[in-house]
Design a protein around this ligand. Structure first.
Ligand code: NAP
Ligand code: ZN
Length: 349
């Protein structure tokens, strides 16, 4: 075991503050990674403030962070995929049971015994796992991804959650040229969704509550932008979408968006508001529409997504901050004021 610097929250109402945490010494299949950048996901904020207490209560102190990009500093004797000096990335998962049908299908994200990067029981050290707001991390190489060398590092970090969470449902629902795709909420996830849908050849319409994001959305690859509070603009799109990805972090009316789906259209929720959302039966049954959800992605698909980003030169648009600005960043995230992802420069730690 060794000690490493980190930022943690001591309670749901405490600000994040500097601390020291233990990490295991790398075992034979582990790599030790010096963290260079870590993205700030809204899930970090939900967890720190214990907003998902009914579903996934937070154990304190919590070190969040699951958009981890760094460099390998040590590799265990049985490690085959990495050598010291390699770029390496870790997302929301650091372990799973590896034997269930989901794991065998490469869908570790649906394993009933998965270990999340933070706030999951730590099989090695006891207590709970500590995430990426930290100087270093030790992870089994099976849960570590390769990063294409052409990608900027600060902007590549958010691919590990915002990237895979939006890429996976688009692949699942067959987004391709000729499809009309809506993206609701232009935050960290939403802006990645726009980039992927555009790269896959879809006609992309962004729905935002922030008029100030209109021009930015077009630059990201949107074909149209609708300010969702404008009922007339919304009406123009009624019954027309093949697929809508909803990446909103707070309670909102999803029926408005269900009504924009074409017959057999699908709305996939990736946003995870704490409270249940009301669904109108008629919004679904009038067009044989479907409502579904999606949760990050498995390891093979995460590597596929990173390679796709390498081939298409896709990274997140980030505002790089020092870790000391973390609490201010959380306040701005809550006000939808980031374009479009914070990435922490871990050298500041
Ligand atoms: P984010 O950067 O804060 O983006 C959320 C966006 O939602 C905001 O930028 C805003 O977009 C919109 N929004 C916020 N409050 C709203 C409100 N009251 N009404 C309508 N729209 C509102 O968050 P994120 O990191 O992208 O995460 C989004 C959600 O996905 C979070 O709940 C997060 O926990 C969840 N998540 C899920 C997964 C998964 O695997 N399913 C993975 C990661 C994150 P506009 O300004 O454009 O309106
Ligand atoms: Zn996340």
């Amino acid at each position: 075991m060794y000690k490493t610097k980190a930022y943690a929250a001591a309670s749901a109402t405490a600000p994040l503050a500097s601390t020291t945490i233990p990490r295991r010494d790398p075992t034979e299949h582990d790599v030790q990674i010096e963290i260079l950048f870590c993205g700030i996901c809204h899930s970090d904020l939900h967890a720190v403030r214990n907003e998902w207490s009914e579903f996934m209560a937070t154990t304190y102190p919590i070190v969040p962070g699951h958009e981890i990009l760094g460099r390998v500093t040590k590799a265990g004797v049985a490690v085959t995929k990495f050598t010291p000096g390699d770029l390496a990335a870790v997302g929301c998962l650091v372990d799973s049971d590896r034997t269930c049908p989901r794991c065998q299908a490469g869908q570790e994200n649906f394993c009933p015994n998965l270990t999340l990067t933070f706030n999951s029981p730590d099989k090695h050290l006891g207590g709970i796992t500590n995430g990426g707001y930290s100087e270093s991390i030790v992870v089994d190489e099976r849960f570590v991804l390769h990063v294409p060398p052409n990608l900027g590092l600060a902007g590549a970090a958010p691919l590990l959650c915002a990237g895979i969470t939006t890429y996976s449902p688009m692949r699942h629902w067959g987004i391709t040229t000729g499809k009309k795709v809506g993206v609701v909420g232009l935050g960290g996830l939403g802006h990645m969704a726009v980039k992927f849908a555009h790269a896959l050849g879809a006609h992309v319409v962004v729905f935002t509550t922030s008029p100030s994001k209109k021009e930015g959305a077009l630059r990201l690859g949107a074909d149209e932008v609708v300010v969702s509070r404008n009922a007339d603009e919304m009406k123009k799109h009624a019954g027309s979408f093949d697929f809508i990805l909803d990446a909103v972090s707070a309670e909102h009316d999803i029926n408005t968006y269900l009504n924009l789906l074409a017959i057999d259209g699908n709305l996939t929720l990736v946003g995870a508001p704490a409270k249940p959302l009301g669904v109108s039966a008629f919004a679904l049954l009038m067009g044989r529409r479907s409502l579904s959800g999606s949760n990050i992605g498995g390891l093979p698909e995460t590597q596929e997504m990173l390679d796709f980003c390498g081939a298409h030169n896709i990274t997140a648009d980030v505002e790089v901050i020092p870790i000391q600005k973390i609490n201010e960043a959380y306040d701005r995230l809550l006000k939808s004021e980031v374009k479009y992802r914070f990435s922490i420069d871990m050298a500041s730690l």
